[in-house]
Design a protein around this ligand. Sequence first.
Ligand code: 13P
Ligand code: 13P
Ligand code: MG
Ligand code: MG
Length: 364
Amino acid sequence: MKVTLSVIKADIGGWVGHSAIHPALEESARESLAVAKQNGQIIDFCVTSCGDDLQLILTHTLGVDNEQIHRLAWDTFTTGTEVAKRLKLYGAGQDLLADAFSGNVKGQGPGVAEMEIEERTSEPVLIFMADKTSAGSWNLPLFKMFVDPFNTAGLIIAPSLHQGFRFEVHDIREHKKIFFDTPEEMYDLLMFIGTPSRFTVKHVFARHDGAIAAASSTERLSLIAGKYVGKDDPVMIVRSQHQFPAVGEILEPFRYPWIIEGWMRGSHYGPLMPVAQKQATPSRFDGPPRVICLGFQLADGKLIGPRDMFDDPSWDEARRDANLLADHLRRHGPFEPHRLPLEEMEYTSLPQIMEKIKGRWEKL
Ligand code: 13P
Ligand code: 13P
Ligand code: MG
Ligand code: MG
């Protein structure tokens, strides 16, 4: 059976500030999606949140980039925005950049990760969601999962993984894409994805049978809107087991709190902390950045779950490391490498300051 998994997210208002989602917004989303499920438009859904981002996890048979499904998500977010406005939540409708739906949520603000799959005899999937981060935050973990044998034992000892994986990389500035086959092209791949602010891994495929293994959202709102409009907190779908890495191999990269762009005002580097969903409430300096993971087994498109994958004591040391790194970075205050380089900052007073002092620069 062919099933499409769509994860569509938006920040439609924070509670309090940018720290979490008010339960009324989740409730409003569940009501909209319950109607769509009853109508048979979708097979199943799960609504969740990571920090101030609201995620709609949908299963259906309409394929990726489907107008009906994107409209359903858009309408769900606009209805939720009305609730957010009534409660005067912070930045109500933040990620809805367009005034009206135009056929696809891409380029309109929400982030989207989708894949159409032939559901296997058993289909474990992991949905990752992050807050106070940026598009490209999945580059390093995806490389670890699908290319690094020190992370993924199966690359060496499982015949179905031994051929390696194919990476689809997007240049989000030049709007171009390219494919790299690993392991043989891993050095070329790293040349690009080591700059996650520009090159992002969109999809990964198993070379064993060509099946899609991972899909991520790569929208960058500031490139769309041309100004600061939020931080493009991304989502990702990863399939697991058999010709894909095992669940534990997919989670393992998050043991180390990789330093990513985001955090306060979208303008700082900070460690990505894996947490249980209920702990995805970034409060210290609006952070540190969070990642959650919900696991499901698919059963004829039904979402059997969620299991909260980072709600486990084996991640305690990762969280502790993240807090220690956060302390160290915070001491840098307004200095790089805590604060982003000037040209990368999403929130900046630079143009106003330059304008104010423009007559005062003297030749050296
Ligand atoms: P305000 O300037 O509206 O407080 O917004 C700042 C902000 O939240 C950026 O992260
Ligand atoms: P979000 O992108 O999660 O809304 O965070 C905005 C921010 O600037 C927090 O400081
Ligand atoms: Mg926000
Ligand atoms: Mg956010």
